[in-house]
Structure formats: structure tokens, C-alpha cells
Unconditional design. Structure first.
Length: 433
């Protein structure tokens, strides 16, 4: 009797302690440090295609995983999960329209060809003042004819934005694209023109960072719980009042920070029966290449749940101390998380933006297609977030205490799954497109 009583008291106390300790183990100072580092200008917006910034981010996350004391994945000697890709980089551009050399800042070149050499032999199109620039430009990039596109000067603001996205190193992936498109800003006629473009192909490595905490229970060790976020962002955009770096503090330095903090928390707790996998993905912004590669390195049937964390930097539509879960109705993952937060101030909600297709717009989708209860947790008001994918997604626009409490809530809500007491239902993969 006494023994049982002691045990019950013991459990109770340790439960209470872990709830209290969470404020010590996951705190604002460290959250600020991580986001500040990941969203610094020196990381150049962490484009997964550009060398430099993304490599610094990877090295930083690697050092954090090492400091925390995570293990590399089985068979690996480091946290770096690398895979090769090919990119094409422009090395020379000369565009002349009616004898006038067009300056680089008035050009967008979209081409997968190593050499483009036109002498009045592409088709000439126009995007006039009254037209929808983005829609037309996008359509013109889709088909495979060579085009010189004259863009009315009134479209300059959107042209500058598009420049950041399209006028950069391109990933070569999928079926070869044959047509090249050159957009020229501020020209309304081209009687004669010459275009010469030289580009170089290059193989390079993309890198996910993956660290593990092996499960303490031999029976549960084979069952994986994944915590993930993407550490890449969109890089450099066109200039906006002197700033051109899209820092991606919310998207998704906040989620990457959560992954690191959760790793630190569960390492200290030492109570995970299941094996925990902490993943910082690359190349989410250009098509989810990192999470796709990750999903091919493991047996999806062994993944019990995936907590993907994406944009938790600002107060949600439901007010503070609240977040939402995408694909809520597809498994009972969300209900389990909600249940574990009873008695706290924090609440989880189903995704309030079904029209935005957020379930498919982050790294959870790949594993969800394989049947894993893989969901994204977010607080972003995506319908009105004016900083989303702009140069103003910076540390200063974030609510650090909201981020910290969201990470704490994820930690508390995951306890049963981490301990092996709770197992979410699988997602019906036939219903995931
Ligand atoms: Zn994102």
C-alpha cells in the first residue's frame, strides 16, 4: 500500500515538476537567440539554391544538435542528410532593344538553357498597363516557346518582386524546359532586338539536418516521432526601401527554433519511450525537396506521428495561447494534443483556413501521403499576414513570448505520444492527393 502510494505521489510530483520546469527548459532568451541567428541578414534569406547563407544556417543547427547531445541517424556519422541536385547559374547577359542596352535591373530571365542567342527570332509579347502582370507572366513561363516580353513601366513594383523569385539561380529538376522567357521592363515596342545569355550547370548538395533521441523502451524504440520545420527561406527579393533580404524569421526560423528547443527539452526529460527524430528540412520553399528526401530514408510505417512546425511567430486568429493544426480531421492527432493541454491556458484548433490548402503547403504533406499522421502546427494569420514572404519577415515583427508558449504547448501536448501511451490514427493515404 505504502509503496503504491509513494509511486502515485512520485508520478504526480514528477508530472507537476515537468509542467513547472518547462518554463525553465524552454525560455524566451534561448528562443530569441535562435531566431535572431537564423534570421540574421548575414544568412541572406537562406535560399536553398544559393551557396553561403543556407550553409551558415546548416552549420548553426548542426552545432545546436551537437551541443544538445542528439545522436545522428542510424548508420550516419553526422546530422547532415545530404542529397545531390543540379542548378543553373547565369554568367552573362546582353539584351539590346532597338539599339539600347537594357540594364540588368530591368530584366527577368527565365531559362534552363546554357545558351540563348536571339536575333529578332523569338516571339515578342506585351504586358500592357491594364493587364494583370503576375498572372500573364506566370502563364508565359509555362509554355515552351521563346519569348521577349515587353512590360509596361507601371508594373515596376510587381516586376521587382517577381525578379527576386525568378531572376536567380534555378533548380534543374523534372522534364527539361525548352523555352526561354526574357522580360524587359519599361519598353513598349521592339522593332529589332538581340539577346545573348550564357549559363552554367552545376551539381551541388542540398542538406537536411537530422538528429535523434533513441527511445528508452526496447519495445518502443522502433517507433519514431518526428518534430520538424524547414530552415530554408526564399533568399533575396527585389529592393524594398533599401532592404532586399527576406529574413524568414517567422517562415520558418520560428519552426526550426521550435525543433531545436523541443530537442533540448526532451533530451533533459530523458523519458521518451519512443525514438524522437528532430529534422530541419531544406528546400521547402522551392518544392519540398528536403522532406521528400527525408521520407525516403525511413520506413513510413514506423513513424507514429509528425509534428511539423511552420510559422508560429505571431498571435493566431484565436488570440494568444492558441495555434491551429492542418488536416485536423484526417487523424485524431489534434484531439490527442488538445486533451493533453486541458488545464493549461493554451488551446489547439482545427485549421481555420481550409481554402488556403495549408495541409499541402508544408513539409507534412510528403509523409501524410504515405499514411503518417503528419500535421503542421501554425499560428499564422495567412489571409492577412502582410509580412509573409516579404523583406519584413524579421525578428522585430515577431511575438517571442507567443512563440515560447507555443513551443511549450507542443512539448506538453506531445507527452503521451513521446511516452508511447498514445498513438494517433493513421491518415487515409488514398484521400491525400
Ligand atoms: Zn514556410
Amino acid at each position: 500500500m505504502k509503496k503504491i502510494n509513494l509511486l502515485v505521489v512520485g508520478l504526480f510530483v514528477s508530472g507537476a515538476l515537468s509542467a513547472q520546469n518547462i518554463n525553465k527548459l524552454i525560455h524566451e532568451t534561448n528562443v530569441t537567440r535562435l531566431i535572431r541567428t537564423l534570421s540574421a541578414d548575414s544568412l541572406g534569406g537562406r535560399s536553398s539554391l544559393l551557396p553561403g547563407g543556407i550553409d551558415k544556417a546548416a552549420a548553426f543547427i548542426e552545432a545546436e544538435f551537437l551541443k544538445i547531445g542528439l545522436d545522428p541517424p542510424p548508420g550516419a556519422t553526422s546530422f547532415r542528410q545530404e542529397f545531390p541536385k543540379e542548378r543553373i547559374r547565369r554568367t552573362g547577359t546582353t539584351v539590346t532593344v532597338d539599339g539600347e542596352v537594357i540594364p540588368a535591373e530591368n530584366l527577368i530571365v527565365v531559362s534552363n538553357q546554357e545558351k540563348v542567342d536571339w536575333n529578332n527570332n523569338a516571339s515578342v509579347r506585351e504586358i500592357t498597363k491594364e493587364k494583370n502582370f503576375m498572372r500573364l507572366a506566370f502563364g508565359m513561363m509555362e509554355d515552351s516557346t521563346d519569348k521577349l516580353v515587353l512590360v509596361d513601366a507601371s508594373h515596376e513594383p510587381l516586376f521587382r518582386r517577381a525578379q527576386g523569385y525568378y531572376n536567380r539561380i534555378r533548380l534543374l529538376d523534372g522534364p527539361p524546359k525548352t523555352g526561354s522567357v526574357v522580360f524587359v521592363l519599361g519598353k513598349t515596342a521592339a522593332t529589332s532586338y538581340q539577346v545573348q545569355i550564357a549559363q552554367e550547370r552545376e551539381r551541388f548538395m542540398m542538406t537536411n539536418l537530422v538528429g535523434m533521441l533513441p527511445g528508452k523502451s526496447p519495445a518502443r524504440r522502433k517507433e519514431l516521432v518526428v518534430f520538424s520545420g524547414h530552415y530554408d527561406h526564399i533568399g533575396i527579393l527585389g529592393q524594398v526601401s533599401g532592404d532586399s533580404i527576406a529574413n524568414g524569421a517567422d517562415d520558418d526560423a520560428s519552426g526550426t527554433t521550435a525543433v531545436i528547443e523541443l530537442a533540448r527539452y526532451f533530451k533533459k526529460l530523458k523519458s521518451n519511450s519512443r525514438t524522437l527524430v528532430f529534422a530541419a528540412f531544406t528546400a521547402e520553399e522551392i518544392g519540398g525537396y528536403g522532406s521528400r528526401h527525408f521520407s525516403q530514408q525511413l520506413n513510413p510505417d514506423s513513424v507514429v506521428a509528425m509534428f511539423n512546425i511552420e510559422m508560429i511567430g505571431k498571435v493566431s486568429k484565436f488570440g494568444k495561447d492558441a495555434a491551429f493544426i492542418t488536416g485536423y480531421e484526417r487523424s485524431d492527432f489534434g484531439k490527442i494534443l488538445q486533451k493533453n493541454l486541458k488545464g493549461t491556458a493554451f488551446t489547439f484548433h482545427p485549421d481555420p483556413y481550409p481554402d488556403q490548402n495549408l495541409f499541402y503547403r508544408s513539409d507534412n504533406a510528403t509523409l501524410a501521403r504515405l499514411g503518417v499522421p503528419a500535421h503542421t502546427i501554425s499560428t499564422d494569420q495567412i489571409d492577412i499576414d502582410k509580412f509573409y514572404h516579404t523583406v519584413d519577415d524579421e525578428l522585430e515583427t515577431l511575438d517571442i513570448s507567443n512563440i515560447t508558449r507555443t513551443i511549450q504547448a507542443i512539448a506538453l501536448s506531445a507527452r503521451g505520444i513521446v511516452a508511447g501511451r498514445e498513438t494517433p490514427t493513421r491518415i487515409d493515404k488514398t484521400k491525400v492527393r
